[in-house]
Design a protein around this ligand. Structure first.
Ligand code: M6P
Ligand code: ZN
Length: 195
């Protein structure tokens, strides 16, 4: 291998991205975790939620935010890890969100596992895309996005989005997604929500 000359001014970046696992490493990486008690309202069967351990891990997120949130022209990067599991028939999933600055897009790509990416526009039109290792997903502006883990192992999904996009969780909290990802007779089904 050709050695890098020490005087060459070629620097190493301080962030590592594991291409196999999606893991981000470095001092600036932020981590957050969502347990059932943090996201309980997203699930259909609230009675079942009450019977489960509120500490059940639903998902974790690692983010690299190299510029200030809200700054125009920058990019954020992240990895989401959704645990396998269900509340009643409904698969574990992320909260999901529109962007606060509505017309901003995002990329998702599946690193590991199996799942469904739910996309919903402002008229509640739904598109469900299959998440499988290597799948790439362009999420256009004004489209809410949520991922559900339909497999038996961790679902790992990478993301890249504009630093001025922000998160609008309120619209989803109020109206919800119009469909759920559920298991019915051993099959993965996208079902209309009644409420
Ligand atoms: C991805 C990105 C983040 C998002 C995270 C978890 O990494 O889209 O912006 O925060 O997933 O999703 P949510 O915010 O919907 O819980
Ligand atoms: Zn987003």
């Amino acid at each position: 291998m050709i050695e890098v000359n020490e005087m060459s001014n070629i620097i190493k970046t301080h962030i590592e991205y594991n291409l196999k696992t999606g893991k981000l490493k470095g001092e600036e990486i932020q981590k957050s975790s969502r347990r059932l008690e943090d996201v309980k309202h997203i699930f259909l069967n609230q009675k079942m939620v009450e019977d489960m351990d509120p500490n059940t891990k639903i998902y974790e997120v690692e983010t690299y935010l190299p510029v200030e949130e809200g700054k125009e022209g920058g990019l954020f990067f992240g990895t989401s890890y959704v645990y396998p599991g269900k509340v009643d028939h409904e698969f574990f999933m992320t909260k999901g969100h529109f962007h606060a600055k509505k017309d901003t897009a995002e990329y998702y790509w599946c690193i590991e596992g199996q799942g469904v990416l739910l996309l919903m526009d402002e008229e509640e039109n739904i598109e469900a895309q299959m998440l499988e290792k290597g799948s790439l997903h362009y999420i256009p502006g004004c489209v809410a996005h949520r991922i559900a883990n339909t497999g038996e192992n961790m679902l790992v999904v990478g993301a890249c989005w504009p630093s001025d996009a922000g998160h609008d969780y309120k619209t989803i909290e109020k109206k919800g997604f119009s469909v759920s990802v559920v298991e019915e007779d051993g099959e993965i089904v996208i079902r209309e929500r009644e409420s």
